[in-house]
Design a protein around this ligand. Structure first.
Ligand code: ATP
Ligand code: MG
Length: 420
């Protein structure tokens, strides 16, 4: 213990569990890399106005959860609470949308910050992998993203997740619905804050998790009944493409999601083993966002999957990822001369792509063998003066316990053959 601890709502990723986070990031990004998405990285902080305009003043993210601060130079910045606004900002700044090929398909991976009430699955610093397809309105693109997320989760072995799907309409039909919903909500018995929400962002009231509110919401007008023909046809096409791809989803007409910028397709991935923080990922179409942050009209769609909650989902399902031991070979020298020779062999093995570690610190054989065991290495190389005089090292199979001398100049090929 030192005097310090990780700040409230944060935690450290420590081996061996940290390997799961790398594996999850890899599993989520693999289908994207395989589908024309290019990697993008943006700063950890942005002009605070990008988020207040892009994500929306009325959202929890902006109104309660943002780490906003003023720099010594007087700039108003915020740690990024989500990825979409930043990625779109960066794409516009680099004129990627003018380079010719639309959609611009990008994926990202990084840390995000929200001042939340810490609890299981809800942290102040968390990690997401996300994807955005910018500049094209095509139901196949919405379907593609949902299919790729489904593929990512399945490749991890997850099965207890569900895909919730809805359409939020567009600038034609949503305002009509909004008014109908507002007049329904105004007649309910609600607290002050919720009443205010009715006026700013009434759709979010539908997302209220409190049982007494939920009960009153039965009979609320449903967006589905207000969708214009274009939105209806678009949504039908997304659903058909998903079904054709064998992706199972549930229609959830109450799914609105917390961000202001969504239009038409919205979806959420929920995992049934996670208790109340059940959303492992979510996304949707955001046709108006580009204009909201001062860009041209660029209909776009994207998602972000939470890495932390995906790891928790793996643990809830009892899935072992079969992450191989990081070390394959462990070298134990006996004496100074052996130390120099084995250290050289270690470097050679590593150059040959064989994960190798070394008994540092000149401890005795017993301690070194303990470390070799702990490393998970399949083979140990042990050598003392006598072995070296014969131009050999002892190669020990840690599974069978068998040990045999191997000539120094045959070591790399022998080990490689045995590991293959
Ligand atoms: P929730 O409803 O649980 O607050 P959200 O709608 O705010 O989720 P998004 O903004 O859609 O979440 O972010 C996408 C994903 O990022 C979530 O599904 C979740 O897996 C993860 N995520 C969001 N906030 C947190 C957090 N505070 N801690 C851990 N993971 C988070
Ligand atoms: Mg949230």
């Amino acid at each position: 213990m030192s005097t310090f601890q990780a700040p409230k709502g944060t935690y450290d990723l420590i081996p061996p569990r940290s390997a799961k986070f790398l594996a999850v990031r890899e599993a989520i990004s693999a289908p994207l890399k395989n589908s024309g998405y290019g990697y993008i990285e943006t700063p950890g902080f942005e002009d605070v106005a990008l988020f207040s305009r892009g994500v929306g003043e009325s959202t929890d993210i902006v109104s309660k959860e943002m780490y906003a601060f003023e720099t010594k130079g007087g700039d108003q910045l915020a740690l990024r609470p989500e990825g979409t606004a930043s990625v779109l900002r960066a794409a516009l700044e680099a004129n990627l949308h003018k380079a010719g090929n639309l959609p611009v398909k990008l994926w990202y991976s990084g840390s995000y910050y929200r001042y939340e009430k810490p609890q299981a699955g809800r942290y102040r610093h968390f990690s997401q992998v996300g994807a955005e397809a910018i500049g094209t309105e095509d139901p196949a693109l919405d379907a593609e993203l949902i299919i790729l997320a489904d593929q990512a989760y399945r490749s991890l072995g997850l099965s207890q997740f569900r895909i919730l799907l809805n359409s939020l309409g567009d600038k034609e039909c949503r305002p009509v619905y909004r008014e109908a919903l507002q007049s329904f909500l105004r007649d309910l018995d609600l607290d002050e804050e919720t009443r205010r929400r009715i006026e700013i962002n009434p759709l979010r009231v539908l997302d209220d998790k409190r049982p007494d509110v939920r009960k009153q919401l039965t009979g609320a007008p449903m967006l589905r009944d207000f969708l214009c023909d274009a939105c209806k046809a678009y949504h039908e096409e997304v659903r058909d493409l998903l079904t054709a791809a064998g992706v199972v989803y549930e229609d959830d007409e109450k799914l609105v999601r917390g961000l202001d910028y969504y239009t038409r397709t919205t979806f959420e991935f929920v995992h049934d083993g996670l208790g109340s923080q059940s959303a492992v990922g979510g996304g949707g179409r955001y046709d108006g966002l580009s204009e909201m942050i001062g860009g041209p009209a660029l209909p776009s769609v994207g998602w972000a999957l939470g890495v932390d909650r995906t790891v928790l989902a793996l643990e809830a399902e009892g899935i072992e990822l079969g992450i191989p031991a990081t070390t394959s070979v462990y070298a134990v020298p006996l004496g100074d001369e052996a130390r120099r020779v084995l250290f050289g062999l270690v470097t050679e093995l590593r150059k040959a792509g064989i994960a190798t570690d070394f008994a540092y610190g000149g401890r005795g054989l017993k301690g070194a063998m303990k470390n070799a065991n702990r490393s998970g290495a399949r083979y140990t190389i042990v050598a003392g003066e006598r072995d070296l005089a014969e131009g050999a090292v002892q190669l020990k199979d840690m599974e069978s316990g068998e040990q045999a001398p191997v000539a120094l100049d045959a070591l790399v090929t022998t080990v490689r053959a045995k590991l293959a």
